[in-house]
Ligand binder design. Sequence first.
Ligand code: 5AD
Ligand code: SF4
Length: 464
Amino acid sequence: MNDMSATPVVASPETVEKKVFIKTYGCQMNVYDSTRMEGILAGEGYAAADAPEEADLVILNTCHIREKAAEKVYSELGKIRVMKAERNASGKDMVIAVAGCVAQAEGEELARRAKGIDLVFGPQTFHRLPEYLARHRETGRVVVETEFPAEEKFGALATRNAAGHGVAAFLTVQEGCDKFCSFCVVPYTRGSEFSRPLDQVLAEARGLAAKGVREVTLLGQNVNAYRGAGAAGEASLARLVTELSRIPGIERIRYTTSHPRDMSDDLIEAHAGNAKLMPYLHLPVQAGSNRILKAMNRGHTADSYMALVARVRAARPDIALSGDFIVGFPGETEAEFEETLALVRAVEYASAFSFKYSPRPGTPAAERDDQIAEDVKLDRLHRLQALLMEQQQAFNAGCVGRTLPVLLEKPGRQSGQMIGRSPYLQSVHMEIPAGGPHIGSIVETRILGVGPNSLSGQYVNHVA
Ligand code: 5AD
Ligand code: SF4
């Protein structure tokens, strides 16, 4: 999960008049949403700006998961407002928009507190961006749109390849969450679980394949709770994976993020039987103590999670497991934290994301009066991260000497070098012989070396 990234925008040159700068905070879902906004705006004649000061439209696509998310947005807005004033002084305008989860949560408050904002809209309504821009232009007033019309959630979206280089794309299949973990804002900001109809997802995947996409990552806050309406009744995620794997050109399928409670038998079975389903599973557990898991309202125990991991590994022994962890949830004792360490030791993760608990206004855990001191949380985070890093390095080291299929995604830093992904989502770089396979090829690669975040390999041969 990247903390923040600027998203480049591309438009056809003949329509270019205006420039947009989108700053994306948070998860892959947001990165994907930003690319959808790019697509919509390209159709409106917006091209990429390299910096916000050059832009006619600046969008902050915000995320609420991170600590002090709202404060960071307010501070960024302060800087952008100065740029707006400078542009105004030279006779140019700048429209400032705040999108995403912080916009949804703060609503009118944002427009009130941060002067100079023109548009505020939540995650599900960005496809109406052209309408908001027009309304703002015509009325000169701040447009706040944080009510979200469910039936329009996925209607008529301009879709673009999120990865940017044409080979691996994200595809949103599910949004929202009904789980109400006691620390989390997502059920409030993203609304309840909703799945896109099966045919719509398949049509989008066919379109991506026609443009050269070979790997799709299915996105959803609770992606394995997917229940897409289909001709033969509701389709599960496993059924969707089966249907996707029949699309010519689609060679690899991934999905994220899964909840342990929704890890159904047919999905586990798909990991055993479907070669296109990559051996990587992001399955957050959050904590290792049953008392804390209960207080988090997770709906699973440490034992039921371990039993699930055992079933997944029986289906696909080499699967790379990843997780999310929270340390210092209110009331967590040292012994309870050590249960998280014990669970991590037992699972052996290939990668992981870990966070200090951070109170989110409006969530039950934030109301508790047994909050853990910052220095204790930080100490626990460091200990957990040391263990997780050790495991990640061990997993990577275990790949040395193996020959893995790598999907080539982009050129490397040096000439002749290419970078791609292994089935386990590791980044792999290698030398490619002159006139050899191009981006989009899957090549057998012998893994020779290992770093914490990438592997180096030797090209063996071109397989697909
Ligand atoms: N504090 C810390 N971490 C959180 N997450 C979600 N809400 C909070 C919070 N209040 C983490 C969880 C989740 C990931 C996306 O972010 O681990 O799985
Ligand atoms: Fe948040 Fe829990 Fe839903 Fe994940 S499952 S989005 S952590 S409420």
